[in-house]
Design a protein around this ligand. Structure first.
Ligand SMILES: Cc1ncc(COP(=O)(O)O)c(C=O)c1O
Length: 442
């Protein structure tokens, strides 16, 4: 066996050690999620996941778009180790330490827009979304919130009230937060309003402006419009710039805040630090998590000085702004600025080109879309009807796993291409060739 060969599959999958662990997992761990395939990871480095039986996989999922710098990047590990020896926890609500201040300074400088910003820290994407909602209500004195069909903002009750990606995520949990109104996102390929992405003129927002505003959600009662600049779990849909322009214009006109949820699209994944920058969007509130610390749990909300005003004690979190996570985040930002963000842009273009070329060979691919390393290969039953083929997606994810590449799905039937931002041309070629083989065999 070649110790550096990746992928390398040396046992039936799952192997015996993985199977034993899966059996224990099934017995002891809450079974709230059906996994796409049985991968039990022992260790990971860069782009490579090694399972408990020594099989090696190329990781094209990055822990759901989290491990930006690749798994266990030595500089991130060193930052974590160094900080873990000095101070692991203190609680930023009651005490001060430099890491929170330094990370806030860096995020404030990076956030789009000229106004002076400040940052609030939490632990997860959902918790940061909750923070943004509370801040928007508090500062506007308004209650209504607008979100989008297809959106994913998390699973806590406030965030879940905005999430409208899959019915299973909401089923059984009602009632949700009142006064949340959903409208259409620019999912041009599956547009329910206009069938032609070429002529589509973001009519999807007509529902908001011409119907919701005039019937159930008068704009002067809306606190915020919460939008993913690139829709993530919903299927990696990239809107036309006019879509976000129109949201920004409507918001400004009516004193509504724009909350950009960049939990998935942020931190270099799209080839810029934040996806908002591709569209010239300057959100009032920026929500960050996932890739921020390359795998350590931390999230952040960034807003202008003027907006980020709370009553003392009006919001907080025990673990938010953990010093070890803050150090991991600063090491991540350094690495992004030193070249990983550029690599994401370059490899995103390369992968998109190679994946689009597969469309010539495989009629099951309806569309390849995305920005940077946030790409989706949309699988359809028929190109004309664009009917999603969720069953095929399941088979593709499983077959790719058996050949040694870990992908996840997104949307109704898309293969999600979201590797760590360190991915190389060679690794991209291996993954695309395996997808090619899988499509041919299925
Ligand atoms: C855009 C977006 N917002 C919020 C969340 C929720 O983040 P978390 O799972 O950390 O709560 C996610 C997670 O996928 C996301 O993609």
């Amino acid at each position: 066996m070649n110790a550096t060969q990746v992928p390398f599959i040396g046992t039936p999958l799952p192997g015996p050690k993985a199977q034993a662990m899966l059996d224990r997992e099934k017995f002891w761990v809450s079974q709230n999620y059906v996994k796409d395939y049985p991968l039990v990871v022992d260790k990971a480095e860069g782009m490579v996941l090694t399972d408990m039986d020594g099989n090696r996989f190329l990781d094209f999922a990055a822990g759901i778009a989290v491990c930006a710098t690749g798994h266990c990047h030595p500089r991130v590990v060193a930052a974590i180790q160094k900080q873990a020896e000095r101070l692991i926890h203190l609680c930023a609500i009651d005490f001060s330490y430099p890491q929170v201040v330094e990370l806030a300074e860096r995020l404030a400088a990076l956030a789009p827009g000229d106004s002076k910003k400040r940052a609030y820290f939490a632990n997860s994407g959902a918790e940061a979304v909750e923070t943004a909602l509370k801040l928007a209500r508090l500062r506007t004195g308004r209650q209504k919130i607008v979100a989008f069909f297809g959106a994913f903002h998390g699973r806590t009750m406030g965030a879940l009230s905005l999430t409208a990606s899959k019915a299973t995520q909401r089923k059984g949990y009602a009632p949700f937060l009142p006064e949340v109104h959903h409208t259409h996102y620019a999912v041009c390929y599956r547009c329910p309003v206009s069938r032609d992405p070429q002529t589509c003129n973001v009519e999807c927002l007509d529902l908001l402006e011409k119907t919701l505003f005039k019937t159930v959600a008068p704009p002067e009662e809306i606190a915020a419009i919460v939008v993913e600049p690139v829709q993530g779990e919903g299927g990696y849909f990239v809107p036309k710039p006019e879509f976000l322009d129109r949201i920004a214009r409507l918001a400004k006109e009516h004193g509504i805040l724009v909350i950009a949820d960049e939990v998935q699209s942020g931190f270099g994944r799209t080839g810029k630090m934040f996806a908002s920058e591709h569209f010239g969007l300057e959100p009032d509130i920026l929500v960050l998590a996932k890739g921020i610390a390359s795998g350590m749990p931390i999230s952040a909300v960034v807003a202008s000085d003027e907006l980020m005003q709370w009553r003392s004690g009006g919001h907080g979190s025990t673990f938010g702004g953990n010093p070890v996570s803050c150090e991991a985040a600063m090491a991540t930002i350094d690495l992004l600025e030193e070249g990983l963000m550029d690599n994401a842009a370059k490899m995103g273009d390369y992968l998109k080109g190679r994946l689009r070329a597969l469309m010539e060979k495989h009629a099951c691919i309806g569309e390849v879309r995305g920005l940077g390393l946030m790409l989706a290969v949309d699988l359809v039953k028929n190109r004309e009807s664009r009917e999603p083929d969720a069953e095929l997606l399941e088979k593709v994810l499983h077959a790719a796993f058996e050949k040694g590449v870990a992908f996840l799905g997104c949307g109704e039937s898309s293969v999600r291409i979201a590797p760590p931002l360190v991915v190389s041309e060679k690794e991209s070629d291996v993954a695309v060739d395996i997808l090619d083989q899988v499509f041919a065999e299925l």
